[in-house]
Design a protein around this ligand. Structure first.
Ligand SMILES: [Ca+2]
Ligand SMILES: [Ca+2]
Ligand SMILES: [Ca+2]
Length: 290
């Protein structure tokens, strides 16, 4: 009850600020400005599990520690997250309170709710499980937000929540040119391709060697893909392709065997090469090193 009253006061102060001097302040600055206010309403030690306001849209922004997209006991809220509510005639920026809740007092309508992805995190999987009251609803857009839409039919709606978890930091992928020119960056002294062992120097001498031999093309995307995984990049999207390409090199290699572009071998091999090329250029599940 006491919590409700303080929460109500906080909302009112927030609204005054939003409609007054802070109306045009950038979202991030606004979040910082509202943070001290939010901490006034900090709840006792036990984390709240539901919104405490009596009406409008509210939701929970939380640290989804086990990355499953579901709010579990012990997963803390993210205070001070920047929440943008898109309304008919514009946008309203608010911030989550000290417990990770956001509140926007409004009437029925269609809303889009966007939360700035906190630095170093990524959104949880959306709509995991069957219970909308405890799942995460946001999906990443290309502007650094996690976005959900809500058809609000009045009263209170507390189902639109946003989970985030810490991104695993990856060193980033290198292209054949990078691995050819940076022998010091190689994590191994020898590499096995298609059952044959190459020293680092031998492998480098083949990388991107000009010519029409497709075993060189395959070697030049396969070896960098292997190295990119070895140095700690996520290889989940390319693991089966690497295995198939290695198999291809066993069948049609070793490198320098003179496979032509018009051959059946390359009909099978080219899609593998393209996939690894995309991976090496940071277009798949690991970022480019630049
Ligand atoms: Ca979870
Ligand atoms: Ca949902
Ligand atoms: Ca939900």
């Amino acid at each position: 009850m006491f919590q409700d009253v303080r929460q109500g006061e906080l909302q009112e102060k927030t609204q005054q600020l939003l409609q007054g001097p802070l109306k045009h302040v950038r979202a991030a600055t606004l979040a910082a400005a509202l943070l001290p206010l939010a901490s006034v309403a900090a709840s006792p030690a036990a984390a709240q599990e539901t919104c405490s306001s009596s009406g409008g849209i509210c939701g929970f922004v939380w640290n989804d520690l086990d990355q499953d997209g579901v709010q579990d006991a012990g997963e803390p809220g993210v205070p001070g997250a920047v929440v943008t509510v898109v309304i008919v005639d514009g946008v309203v920026n608010i911030a989550t309170d000290a417990d990770g809740f956001y509140y926007y007092d409004t009437g029925s309508g269609d809303y889009t709710i966007a939360v700035q992805i906190p630095p170093g995190t990524q959104p949880s999987p959306a709509d995991a499980g069957t219970d909308d009251t405890v799942d995460s609803d946001g999906v990443a857009d290309e502007f650094g937000n996690s976005v959900a839409s809500l058809n609000f039919d009045g009263g209170q709606d507390s189902t639109t929540d946003f989970g985030f978890f810490a991104s695993v930091s990856q060193p980033g992928t290198g292209t054949p040119g990078y691995w050819k020119n940076h022998p010091e960056a190689w994590p191994v002294e020898n590499i096995v391709v298609g059952g044959d062992t190459y020293t680092k120097a031998e492998a480098i001498s083949w990388l991107d060697r000009p010519g029409k031999d497709k075993t060189i093309t395959m070697f030049s995307s396969l070896v960098p893909a292997m190295l990119n995984v070895l140095i700690g990049n996520d290889g989940s999207c390319v693991a089966s392709t690497i295995a198939a390409a290695d198999e291809w090199m066993t069948t049609y290699g070793p490198v320098g065997s003179g496979v032509h572009a018009a051959s059946f071998a390359w009909k099978v091999g080219e899609p593998l090469h393209r996939q690894m090329d995309n991976y090496n250029n940071g277009m798949l599940c690991a970022p480019h090193r630049d």
